[in-house]
Design a protein around this ligand. Sequence first.
Ligand code: TK8
Length: 335
Amino acid sequence: MKLFRRTVIAALAAAAVAPAFAQDIKPRLIRFGYGLNEQSNQGRAVMLFAKEVEKASGGKMKVRAIGAAALGPDTQMQQALIGGAQEMMVGSTATLVGISKEMALWDTPFLVNDAKEADALLDGPVGQKVIATLQPKGLVGLVYWENGFRNLTNGTRPVAKLEDLAGIKLRVMQNPVFLDTFKTLGANAIPLPFSELFSALETRAVDGQENPYNTILSSKFYEVQKYLTVTNHVYSPWIVTVSKRWWDSLSATEKKILMDAAVKSRDFERQDTRAEAAKALAELKAKGMQVVELPPAETARMRSKLGAINAAVAAQVGQDLWNETQHELQKLRGG
Ligand code: TK8
């Protein structure tokens, strides 16, 4: 009798901890890879995701967060997800264009003016249409996180006008739109995985790169780059993806646990990233970087050179999606 009562109490206690029902949740190990280090905005948000999943699954679903590209650069992890050798990752949408051509939409220079527009576009119907293109390719996209507005750094000279970019060996992501954008602007653009970037800058294999303030800070690029130009030339999203092969083996409860945690991680990540970015420029100056704010007239000159890039993106993602995007942006701008 005593034993029976104890068992009932234990069962009730377990149910209180994990309200979603045991048989719907199996013990799972989720290998979650990412490119930046643990101390970055990316690392902090992966940690939050891991905690949320463990909590919601009563400790049955464990997330093993593996940062600093220890599982390989974005493109390698994407293939591991497709093949089912890895469960989850977060990385740049830009490195997904070989898998989904529609992802190139987010590479359009100067597409959005601020974070509010970015959130509305990414979380709205356009962003959902782009995410949906991944499923037939073996990936399930859950949510977009903020990487952020990208800015230019280099170790050669202050870049204060278009002509200053001429001949600068600039690392770009492995993505044709970025490559063409910086070639068009006169730089010597070289595609490289992020995991090779610090050492390429250090050895002067390349002179410069472009990334949000947060990454310039967390990856310590200020140690190997003297000049920073505030260009805000494109807003980069990150995207949280799941192996479709693995996803299809999950119960509805398990899928919901992952999706809910992904949404929480997105909201946390955007806030955290924005708070960090607001302070980062001052910190980068304090670390010795020389900062140039690109004058609006120079931004306008750059934009006017990039007309052909926009047309190429429109052709790649399809004119319908492009028009819908422009229409959404007009609505957001009150037009
Ligand atoms: C991290 C990358 C990075 C991106 C880049 O894996 O490659 O420059 O901005 O955030 O996805």
